[in-house]
Structure formats: structure tokens, C-alpha cells
Design a binder for this molecule. Structure first.
Ligand code: ADP
Ligand code: MG
Length: 400
């Protein structure tokens, strides 16, 4: 169920979006929402698959986000409606069952169950969800949904949850309740975002550093619109290969391996496992280097780091698809491009380009045309801003 739908025009304007969500809430639940929560998606600017290796990622919490309008209700029933899917779920807080198979309901239920298991007091509620993060496209709509749900329950229950703990509990919900073994990147990005900044996240100690991007550089998301086929099983396989590499090199995670250590121990590793390790060790170092280059506005360094990242993803980590190669060609040939690479776990979905701000429109048009010429697919190409992390917000202030 891949969203190939461009975000509707009304959703691009926050006031119109608020009006639409409130109207839908009234329609479904015959009352007014009393609390609004939002949480951003993210795009990784550097650091593919480094999070579960406890390395570095440079991540950008996005202006594309998930909103929830909610109202407390008497009793222990939770009713949630997703505008994106036009689907409703209802469950009782006393007995939160996982629904078998992969379904959106488990993301909401999982967060509720995890919060309750930690001793938080949850109230029954009605909630309407609306996201502008494309679903299943590598911009982490799942973490945006989880973080928004956790923020909503905290707001309705009037208790406090730090951004760090919220992120960890949302990850636990996705790992254990939904059953997706994601690393911490997505939830941390969604919970700890700072407006106007990228974040350099150290996935070992979970510290973050705000990274300013030099004026004149824009981040543009380029969605291949192709399904991330086999991404679940391939993802699990990459994780297993990295664990194998770490074990054979005598460390607990590839984070602890330097390029020199890898060169010395490479002969101990099966050839494919060695290539995986080589990519991770270099990619984690590139996340730190790109943070420096973006702040300094060092465009040649940005170009080179992105090119190395994509080449490694294609040849060493093997997470590329034909659609991604076509998009890469289109991005690199477009006016204003500074650097371009994969995003998310790979295998299709979204990619990311760093573009000269003054030429963003020309870049978008050229990429769209070139990608269509080679694939006959209409790609969604849009600039994004860095957004703040999950929080409740005052609907009266929206769009002011
Ligand atoms: P990604 O996180 O890259 O978007 P995932 O496969 O991890 O992709 O998560 C996508 C899933 O999250 C969707 O298939 C759906 O189950 C759930 N989801 C995310 N946003 C929403 C939403 N607004 N409404 C309902 N479900 C959503
Ligand atoms: Mg996800």
C-alpha cells in the first residue's frame, strides 16, 4: 500500500489542513478536538544503516509531519481514525491486543500498550490522524505516527515524557509490538528535532548535536515512487551480516571498528560480510564529515561525500534498485545539484539531494522530466525544511 498520491494542496497550507482535520474529527466523533499533537518524519542526509551499528547519522527532522486531533472520552475505549487510509480502529486500554499481520492499527496500539506497561496513566479518547509524510517511502511515517500518538497520550493525561524517553518507548513499541526491528534513528529524529537544524546523532550514547546548514543550500526529497521491495528481509539480512562482522572482528558493534582495524582483520571475514563492514565504517565517518561540510558550506566536499555514500550503498551494501539508479542519474544531471544520495533503508522509496537554493525550481523540473523519460513514472520532488520534534500545539496559533 504505497502512497503514490501527491500531498493534496489543502494539506500544504496549515490553516486549511487544521480546518479539514477538525471537520473530519467532528464528522467521525460528533465533538470538537481539545488537543492537537504533531510529530515530524525525517530524511537521513548521511548514515545509511549506521544506527543499528551504533554509529553516527546526520538526520533532518522534516516539515512533513503527522498531526493528531484528539479528545478525552469517559471510559477506557480508544477510537482512532486515519484520514490517510480512511480507516478506523477501536480498542480498550484494559486489553490491547496485537492484530495479526501488518496493519497500521498496531502502531497506535503498540505505543499505547508500551506506555501503559511503563506505568503511564492512559485515558480513553477519540483521535483523528493526518500525515503529510508519504507512507512506506523511507521518510519514516511510522515513527512520526508513533511519536504523535505518545505525545497525544501524554497531553491528554497531563503527564510529562522527555523527548529521549518518548523516542525509546516508541522504538520499543515498533520493535516488540509491531514486530519491526528498526534502529533508533527514526524515533529519535521525530522526537528530538530542532527547528532549522539537522541533527548529528551518535547512536551509541544517543547524544545529538544540532548542525546548521549553510545558507544557500536546500534539501530536496526525490521520491522514486517505487515500492521498497523485500526491504524487510534484506534489512534483517544486513543486520545479521553486520553482527557477524563485529563478532569476527572481536567488537560488540561495527562502531568500534576503524578503517585500519578493518584492513588488518578483513581476511577473517567472508567477502560479502567484509564489504558490508567496509560500507558501515566509512558511512559513519561520512556522517560526521558531512555535518562539518554542510555547516561550512563546502560544496565540493558535500558532492564527494554524497557520491561515495551512493557508490558504497550500490556496490558494497547492495541496497540500490534500478529506480534509485535512474533517480540518481536524474539528480546528478539537474541544474543546481550539489550532492545526491539514497535515503532511508534503500530498495526504492525516497532519495535526497542537496541543491543550490536559487536553482531549486529548475532542479525539481529537470529531475521530474529526466526521471519520467527513463522510467515513465511521475516522481514527487519537493524541498523540505528542518522541523522541531514531536509536541502538542495550539491550533489557534497555526498559520499565524
Ligand atoms: P516508513 O516509516 O518509511 O514510512 P514503514 O513501513 O516503516 O514505512 O511504516 C509505514 C506504516 O506506518 C504504514 O504502512 C502504516 O501502517 C503506518 N502509518 C504511518 N502513517 C500513518 C497514517 N497517517 N495513518 C495510518 N497509518 C500510518
Ligand atoms: Mg518506518
Amino acid at each position: 500500500m504505497l502512497s503514490t498520491e501527491q500531498i493534496p494542496d489543502w494539506a500544504a497550507d496549515p490553516r486549511t489542513r487544521a480546518g479539514r482535520v477538525a471537520a473530519r474529527f467532528r464528522e467521525r466523533f460528533a465533538s470538537e478536538p481539545e488537543l492537537w499533537a504533531r510529530a515530524p518524519g525525517r530524511v537521513d542526509l548521511m548514515g545509511s544503516h549506521t544506527d543499528y551499528n551504533l554509529g553516527f547519522v546526520l538526520t533532518l527532522p522534516l516539515s512533513r509531519d503527522t498531526w493528531i486531533a484528539a479528545r478525552r472520552r469517559d471510559g477506557r475505549t480508544v477510537r482512532v481514525y486515519s484520514m490517510n487510509l480512511d480507516a478506523e480502529d477501536e480498542f480498550r486500554l484494559d486489553a490491547i491486543d496485537r492484530i495479526s499481520g501488518s496493519t497500521w492499527c498496531n502502531y497506535v496500539r503498540g505505543v499505547a500498550a508500551t506506555l501503559q506497561n511503563e506505568g503511564f496513566e492512559l485515558t480513553g479518547c477519540d483521535a483523528a490522524i493526518h500525515g503529510t509524510v508519504p507512507l512506506e517511502s523511507g521518510l519514516s511515517s511510522s515513527a512520526a505516527l508513533e511519536s504523535a500518538v505518545a505525545t497525544m497520550f501524554a497531553g491528554l493525561g497531563d503527564w510529562n515524557l522527555t523527548a529521549e524517553r518518548k523516542a525509546l518507548l516508541c522504538q520499543k513499541a515498533e520493535n516488540e509490538f509491531v514486530g519491526v526491528k528498526c534502529g533508533i534513528l527514526d524515533q529519535y529524529s521525530s522526537c528530538l528535532g530542532r527547528e532549522g537544524c539537522a541533527l548529528l546523532l551518535d547512536c551509541r550514547d544517543l547524544s545529538t548535536r544540532a548542525v546548521c546548514i549553510a545558507a544557500g543550500i536546500r534539501i530536496v526529497v526525490c521520491n522514486t515512487m517505487s515500492r521498497r521491495r523485500l526491504s524487510g528481509s534484506e534489512y534483517a539480512q544486513r543486520r545479521a551480516e553486520c553482527e557477524q562482522a563485529a563478532a569476527l572482528l572481536g567488537v560488540s558493534a561495527l562502531r568500534d571498528v576503524t578503517p585500519e582495524m578493518l584492513a588488518a582483520g578483513r581476511h577473517e571475514l567472508p567477502e560479502r560480510v567484509a564489504r558490508r563492514a567496509e560500507f558501515i565504517v566509512a558511512e559513519s565517518a561520512r556522517a560526521e564529515s558531512l555535518a562539518r561540510a554542510l555547516t561550512a558550506g563546502d560544496r565540493p566536499a558535500v558532492a564527494q561525500l554524497c557520491a561515495e555514500s551512493f557508490a558504497g550503498a550500490r556496490d558494497l551494501y547492495e541496497i540500490c534498485s534500478p529506480a534509485m539508479s535512474a533517480m540518481m542519474d536524474a539528480m546528478l544531471a539537474a541544474p543546481g545539484v550539489i550532492g545526491a544520495r539514497q535515503a532511508g533503508a534503500g530498495f526504492g522509496g525516497c532519495m535526497v539531494a542537496l541543491v543550490d537554493a536559487a536553482r531549486t525550481d529548475a532542479f525539481r523540473a529537470a529531475v521530474r522530466d529526466a526521471y519520467y523519460d527513463s522510467t515513465q513514472v511521475h516522481a514527487e520532488i519537493y524541498p523540505v525544511e528542518a522541523a522541531s520534534g514531536a509536541a502538542v500545539f495550539d491550533i489557534a496559533e497555526i498559520g499565524k
